[in-house]
Write a protein that binds this ligand. Sequence first.
Ligand code: NAD
Length: 264
Amino acid sequence: MEGLMKGKRGLIMGVANDHSIAWGIARRLAEHGAELAFTYQGESFGRRVKPLAEKVGSKLLLPCDVEDSASIDNVFDTLKSEWGTFDFLVHAIGFSDRSELKGLYANTTRENFIRTMVISCYSFTEVSRHAAAMMENGGSLLTLTYAGSVRVMPNYNVMGVAKAGLEASVRYLANDFGPRAIRVNAISAGPVRTLAGAGISDARHMFTYQSRNSPLRRTVDISEIGGSALYLLSDLSSGVTGEIHYVDSGYNIVSMPVLEELKQ
Ligand code: NAD
């Protein structure tokens, strides 16, 4: 099946390089005919994102640091003048000081707590508000989360708290925008080797553990996450909103390690 996104335009926020989850999503959307705009954080990421954006025929590549509301305003002002309206948004942005993504959660500093929350949680609410104002015929908003929001994952710490807030935001935004046929969902992805993923201490161990113990006995790749995003951003999922959709080889349903793992 092709062309699910034909005639639809959308903004992709969070590509850092070709390992990024946002890139896996963008590629799938472009294969299905979507017209895409991208944001990037700072010039050094910009140099990496430019050739990727060109690969999928995108003409709109805009700088955006979500810590700065003026930078967000600029993105949507430009989109308004270039496109007028659009149909979907992907928010694949997260950050916390890596020195606090290890050890005890209890040691999280006030400064890093606030910064993590603003970048990894509040930014989705802020960009959703701007995007919804430009969605005249309904739309779909998507963010990326991780199961550290609902269960304790070693070293995920304040990111887990931010993701819990992000998931609650998905539900509140879904209810705010539902009457205008704008849907809001999240994908809870299993571990993927990306820049952000590498910031978490012992990420390699988590990766191996989940690939041994999930029902599919492997981790997921960014094109599989892209496939689920395609469903959530296209009209195929027109009756779905406020959902946290796991794309994690089923790891979240398992309560104990497989026996071989226990014996090691
Ligand atoms: P990535 O490093 O490729 O992407 C993270 C992006 O966040 C980068 O593009 C970075 O520029 C952007 N970002 C950080 N601070 C920003 C700021 N102030 N302003 C604008 N952009 C900023 O890593 P990824 O794994 O693809 O991460 C994308 C999303 O997926 C994140 O929300 C992450 O928490 C989530 N996620 C990742 C995994 C994983 O294992 N990698 C699992 C589940 C969820």
